[in-house]
Design a protein around this ligand. Structure first.
Ligand SMILES: *Cc1c(COP(=O)(O)O)cnc(C)c1O
Length: 231
């Protein structure tokens, strides 16, 4: 094992430990939180090392980068997650590669994913991305637009909505971060009650290197972590 691979394995173990402690503080089971390694800053060697360290769910935020890396690492059993904005003209190429699209941020993208998943004869697991902080530099649905969109889900039989994805505020400190994550969970709880039959929004993808423990305490089922794994 190279030094870099050893360091990554130690980071994975340390992050998993911190997730378990945060889960315990909230009376949750550590297995209820899935770790996604965000690999947008790193190359193929680091990606192989993180998979070897037991984390085979990888997240990329750019469709073209995901496609390139998936081709180079096709020998590994990776589950790919797209976590960044998806343009409609990229859906056809990305959909066959990914386990989940976490970043559905408009009705138009939802419609495109549904149509192309139908053409490919599959169902596409997705999360709806919410701009919970309201910061203009963030992508995602306005929180008040999520419920109306969920009410239309019956029209999209080829998407399998699994929950919500969000990022916390950049500004505002740790109270604001906790309030953002709690707001995402409360939004999910509220809309789950009025969901079309068969729609289960169980997943909450929230928490990055700087705030994942707070996210887990507030109910995250998926954390997306880059720098803390590769530093
Ligand atoms: C980059 C990125 C992450 C991981 O960020 P780190 O701070 O490096 O952990 C998580 N989610 C999204 C959407 C990202 O773009």
């Amino acid at each position: 094992m190279t030094d870099a691979a050893r360091r990554i394995a130690e980071n994975v173990a340390r992050v998993r430990g911190r997730i378990a402690e945060a889960a315990a503080r909230a009376g949750r089971r550590p297995e209820a939180v899935q770790l996604i390694a965000v690999t947008k800053y790193v190359g193929l060697d680091e990606m192989r090392a993180v998979v070897a360290a037991g984390c085979a769910a990888l997240g990329e935020n750019r469709p073209q980068e995901l496609e390139r890396k998936a081709a180079s690492l096709h020998d590994l059993p990776i589950q790919w997650h797209l976590i960044g904005h998806l343009q409609r003209n990229k859906v056809r190429r990305v959909l066959p590669l990914v386990a989940m699209i976490q970043s559905v941020d408009s009705p138009r993208v939802l419609e495109a994913v549904d149509r192309i998943a139908g053409e490919l004869g599959r169902r596409a697991p997705v999360l709806l991305e919410v701009n919970v902080s309201g910061e203009s530099q963030k992508t995602g649905l306005d929180p008040q637009d999520v419920e109306p969109l969920v009410e239309t889900l019956e029209r999209f039989p080829h998407v399998e909505p699994r929950g919500l994805m969000a990022m916390s505020s950049i500004e505002g400190g740790s109270d604001r971060v906790r309030a953002d994550f709690a707001a995402v969970r409360e939004l999910r709880d509220r809309i789950q009650k009025n969901c079309p039959d068969g729609v289960n929004l169980a997943e909450l993808s929230m928490g990055m290197s700087g705030d994942f423990e707070v996210a887990v305490e507030e109910g995250a089922t998926i954390v997306r972590i880059g720098s803390a794994l590769f530093e």
